[in-house]
Design a protein around this ligand. Structure first.
Ligand code: NAG
Ligand code: NAG
Ligand code: NAG
Ligand code: NAG
Ligand code: NAG
Length: 725
């Protein structure tokens, strides 16, 4: 008897330790037609609204109820799930209704069946066993079964409730038809055996990153973006052929996760990605080598480590919708950035863009630094975004299954603060859509959500992508800020309905996202790239690159290099830099992978030459002598086709001269109509200065390439108003 009792106790312990994962109410693995109920109060509180963490709307005309709610006129209530196969049930998690009112179930019975006709209720030998449930509407409450029950159907039979009878729930169970279900599945889907599919606390995460760094010391490097409110480092991992510095011509890419600490999948995906790239690089996987050597990849798995710890402690099943979502100080980092959209849009409406207000690198308002409603984490992220020439970025979130691209914000019509009918679109809308599709379509399940999204308010079609402003507009988002203040195009990837799925899902999540992440990283090589240099070959930092037809410029990095992500096509690309003549080129982006080289060698602008001369003369006004090329330029037009005295013009030079004069006349007209202030005011010359001819002659008179000299038009040139005597 003792032996038998020991055996029984051991078995019971094993069963209790063997925690079955959720069957998938929250993740939607359980489909809507597996759910039924005794009744519903209205259609918007139908049984499919009973999924754990379902987000609802209290608006009367919305179909998105925040729970399943029973018809109060009935006397018997039950909620039923058909697992569709024999299942070992081990527990139930319940939650109240997502609403402003307090509706939740406080106790229930559980019944099981193999055919949905004969039901066995769990009892203690004397009476049915009453499970105590919720005491508020949001916190999930778990009840484990003392002894697991094998059955196909489960019923939750509410016995008491507060407010209306409404509930959301999840069921824990192991399907029996696949023996030792999830260890088996892990092996099946895992092509590599060196990856560990488990969640990491903050300290485990840092230790793992260090171990990857030890494993691959010459392609990885770890650094910190700054501190969280509680003093934890925001740790980043760089992977690159030369990880510690920017290499000229190499684009920088960032993948971040954990802005919301309870959205745990993205963090683990990035930890897996760094292990994968390290190992595959060492094993000479050519794709991994191309990525690591061709891109500087920054991975930040946890931008909100304080929230991460909070959610991690509560665990994957009970962390609810918001535990650890916010920072320690209560901020949602993703929407805590300066709002630059409205600055740009206001200027656009007044017709000031891009002549008076730039269409890129919109300045942060001055009061930003003193604004106390900005999280320390946000500040750290902003200075990080500014300190690297990032080209492309993605932040991983959760609670939906889609890719959202900017704008994230909606313009409000004054004075009623009504949103505009149609959201404004970015100048790079088509490329953003391309990026979004490249992720969603290579993800294994993201385009399968045509049966409805996680919460029933998303219209992604079958593409799995959406413009955030059309979906859930927010102000001050990281993506909008990145687009308007830096060169980096940033999107959000929402990895699934369940923000914090059971650990046994991680292997499958990795399979779903691995190819999508690799494909996304490869998109950084689309479009054009190049280096902007002066005639001596020195890089020009902060030069502006404009693409005709796309009202959003980008700038060169301190090392003079730039990347402009573009879809295939032919583009007129103009480089501009202070002190240089602007320069335009045709650059063609093809369908083959790899960015098109499109570099510029800029010549000093004529005005810059004049300034040099003036500087040489103590910035005193100069009397420009007639016989001198500089003097000649600023004179009234001479008879056509006659060069400066002493020059004989070739046909090409004559053509240039005509072009040049035409431009001068146009500039003059423009000057008359724009309000741009002249950069110099000319006082009548008092002294006659002679000019030594130490400097290069005006390039117009040289047989140089047509990109030199002032043949191209440039708004910068319009600044240089110049009058001669
Ligand atoms: C369902 O059938 C299995 C055997 O196939 C049995 O072990 C189990 O007890 C049954 N469950 C119920 C609730 O009748
Ligand atoms: C129960 O519901 C009532 C309203 O029906 C509400 O006033 C009360 O606060 C709720 N109780 C709790 C514990 O939330
Ligand atoms: C990494 O370091 C090892 C040993 O120092 C060296 O053999 C290898 O070539 C290095 N790889 C790279 C990419 O620098
Ligand atoms: C501080 O920033 C927040 C969020 O960007 C903004 O709503 C608020 O108006 C700002 N406050 C001040 C005083 O600038
Ligand atoms: C870059 O150029 C813009 C004007 O084109 C200027 O406002 C800005 O201060 C410059 N930034 C740096 C870092 O030089």
């Amino acid at each position: 008897w003792m032996e038998k009792e020991k055996e029984r106790a051991k078995k019971e312990r094993e069963i209790q330790e063997r925690e079955c994962p959720p069957l998938g109410m929250e993740s939607h693995k359980i489909e809507s037609d597996q759910l039924s109920a005794s009744s519903m109060s209205q259609y918007r509180f139908a049984p499919q609204r009973a999924r754990l963490n379902m987000q609802g709307s209290d608006e009367e005309d919305s179909m998105r109820g925040g729970a399943w709610c029973a018809n109060s006129e009935d006397t018997i209530h039950w909620f039923e799930i058909d697992a569709r196969k024999e299942t070992e049930f081990t527990g139930v998690i319940t939650q109240g209704r997502d609403s402003l009112t307090d509706d939740f179930v406080t106790s229930y019975f559980l019944a099981f069946s193999n055919d949905s006709r004969e039901w066995t209720t769990i009892h203690d030998g004397y009476a049915d066993w009453l499970f105590f449930a919720n005491s508020d509407k949001d916190s999930p409450v778990m009840n484990r079964l003392a002894v697991p029950v094998v059955a196909r159907y489960i019923r939750i039979i509410p016995q008491s409730w507060n407010g209306s009878l409404c509930m959301r729930l999840e069921v824990l169970g192991c399907p029996l038809s696949e023996p030792s279900a999830f260890s088996y599945r892990q092996n099946e889907v895992t092509p590599v055996d060196y990856l560990q599919f488990r969640y990491h606390s903050y300290s485990e995460m840092v230790a793992l990153m260090k171990s990857v760094n030890d494993e691959c010391p010459n392609i990885t490097s770890i650094y910190s973006l700054g501190h969280s409110a509680k003093g934890r480092e925001l740790v980043a991992m760089v992977l690159s052929g030369n990880p510690t510095e920017h290499e000229i011509g190499e684009p920088e890419l960032r993948l971040t996760a954990g802005l919301h600490g309870n959205e745990a999948v993205g963090r683990e995906m990035l930890l897996l990605l760094m292990q994968y790239l390290c190992k595959e690089y060492k094993d000479r996987n050519p794709r991994a080598q191309r990525l690591v050597e061709g891109i500087r990849i920054h991975l930040v798995p946890s931008l909100n480590p304080d929230g991460q710890e909070k959610a991690f402690e509560v665990g994957s099943e009970l962390s609810s919708w918001t535990t650890g979502h916010f920072t320690e100080d209560g901020y949602d980092i993703f929407q805590n950035f300066p709002d630059l959209n409205n600055i740009l849009w206001e200027a656009e409406d007044k017709g000031k863009v891009p002549k008076l207000t730039p269409n890129h690198h919109v300045p942060i308002p001055e009061d930003y630094e003193t604004n106390s409603s900005i999280a320390v984490e946000t500040k750290a992220i902003i200075s990080w975004m500014k300190s690297h020439p990032f080209v492309l970025g993605v932040n991983f979130q959760g609670g939906e299954s889609l890719v959202a691209y900017p704008y994230d914000n909606l313009r409000l019509n004054k004075p009623f603060s009504e949103p505009e009918d149609e959201p404004r679109v970015t100048a790079d809308e088509s490329f953003f859509r391309w990026l979004a599709i490249s992720y969603a379509s290579t993800h294994l399940t993201m385009t399968h959500n045509h049966h409805g999204s996680c919460h029933g308010d998303t219209r992604t079609g079958a593409l799995g992508i959406i413009n955030r402003a059309k979906w859930r507009p927010i102000t001050g988002s990281m993506n909008d800020f990145s687009y308007l203040h830096t060169n980096c195009l940033e999107l959000s990837v929402f990895l699934g309905c369940d923000k914090f799925p059971h650990q046994s899902e991680l292997a499958h999540e990795w399979e779903k996202n691995r190819e999508a992440m690799l494909t996304f990283m490869e998109q950084v090589n689309r479009g054009i790239k190049g280096i902007v240099k002066d005639e001596q070959g020195n890089p020009i930092a902060n030069a502006t690159i404009s693409v005709e037809g796309i009202n959003h410029d980008i700038t060169t990095a301190p090392t003079g290099d730039y990347w402009r992500l573009l879809n295939p096509g032919e583009y007129q690309v103009t480089a501009r830099a202070e002190g240089f003549s602007s320069m335009t080129k045709l650059c063609v982006v093809g369908y083959e992978p790899g960015a098109t080289a499109c570099s510029f060698n800029m010549a000093k602008s004529n005005w810059d030459r004049i300034k040099q001369i003036m500087a040489l003369h103590g910035n005193k006004p100069i009397r420009l002598s007639y016989a001198n090329p500089v003097g000649y330029i600023v004179q009234k037009p001479k008879p056509l086709d006659v060069g400066p005295p002493g020059f004989v013009l070739t046909g090409v030079q004559r053509r240039r001269l005509r072009l040049y004069r035409r431009r001068q006349q146009r500039n003059k007209k423009l000057r008359a109509t724009t309000t741009l202030p002249p950069t110099t005011t000319t006082t009548p010359p008092t002294t006659a200065a002679t000019i030594t001819s130490w400097y290069d002659p005006w390039p117009l008179w040289e047989g140089q390439s047509s990109t030199h000299g002032g043949i191209t038009d440039s708004p910068l040139d319009y600044n240089y108003d110049y009058n001669s005597d």
